[in-house]
Design a protein around this ligand. Structure first.
Ligand code: 5GP
Length: 203
């Protein structure tokens, strides 16, 4: 039944496994797509422009802010990141459920400005675990890891402002939890075209 897409906002401290979870969930569930953010961060070796992010200059990003092209934007770990308003509207108006992998500053902007959304926070089992994961991931330099851990201390307290919390201890379990959340949200009465149902049952 045709309906507007859901907006699922997922945040976590860096290293909690959010990106992998978001990637896997859009493979596991139909009709769910990732929004591709804009960033001024330099691409990592395995990243492709237009797939992982749209990598843009600071000038281009600032122009987009000025032209009000972002649904939300924030400075994260010293780089600018933002979600395109146009991309978001097109997907949702087309009935696609959209998953936003963004930080809590951006999530709070969406909460204030974008009407309804489903807000999911991913936590690691502990701070020590987070430190270990970031160190083992090894894709970032030591001072980058330090910066991400400092940021995590500021980021984590936001979890209370989300609708759902997932503790990512075992990946498969966390993925199941995220699937359950999205499936339940999809089944909510306000997501159905009740006129169409009424018509079908001659109500
Ligand atoms: P990374 O550079 O490791 O890909 O991402 C760093 C952080 O930026 C992650 O927490 C990620 O969720 C966040 N991020 C990615 N895209 C956006 C965005 O469009 N807006 C905001 N606010 N945060 C974003």
């Amino acid at each position: 039944m045709s309906r507007k897409g859901l907006l699922i906002v997922v945040s976590a401290p860096s290293g909690a496994g959010k990106t992998t979870l978001c990637k896997e969930i859009s493979r596991a569930l139909p009709n769910l797509q990732h929004s591709i953010s804009y960033t001024t961060r330099k691409p990592r070796p395995n990243e492709t422009d237009g797939v992982h992010y749209f990598f843009v200059t600071q000038e281009k990003f600032n122009k987009m802010i000025k032209d009000k092209e972002f649904a939300e934007w924030a400075v994260v770990h010293g780089n600018l990141y933002g979600t395109s308003k146009k991309q978001l509207s097109e997907m949702m108006d087309g009935g696609i459920d959209v998953i936003l992998d963004i930080d809590s500053q951006g999530a709070m902007q969406i909460k204030e400005n974008w009407g309804n959304g489903v807000f999911v926070y991913i936590l690691p089992p502990s701070f020590d675990d987070l430190r270990r994961r970031l160190t083992e991931r090894n894709s970032d330099a030591t001072n980058e890891i330090k910066k991400r851990l400092e940021n995590a201390k500021k980021e984590i307290p936001y979890y209370k402002r989300y609708n759902y919390v997932i503790i990512n201890d075992k990946f498969e379990k966390a993925l199941e939890d995220l699937k359950s959340i999205i499936t339940s949200e999809r089944l909510k009465i306000d997501k159905f075209n009740t006129d169409m149902i009424d018509e079908k049952f001659n109500l």
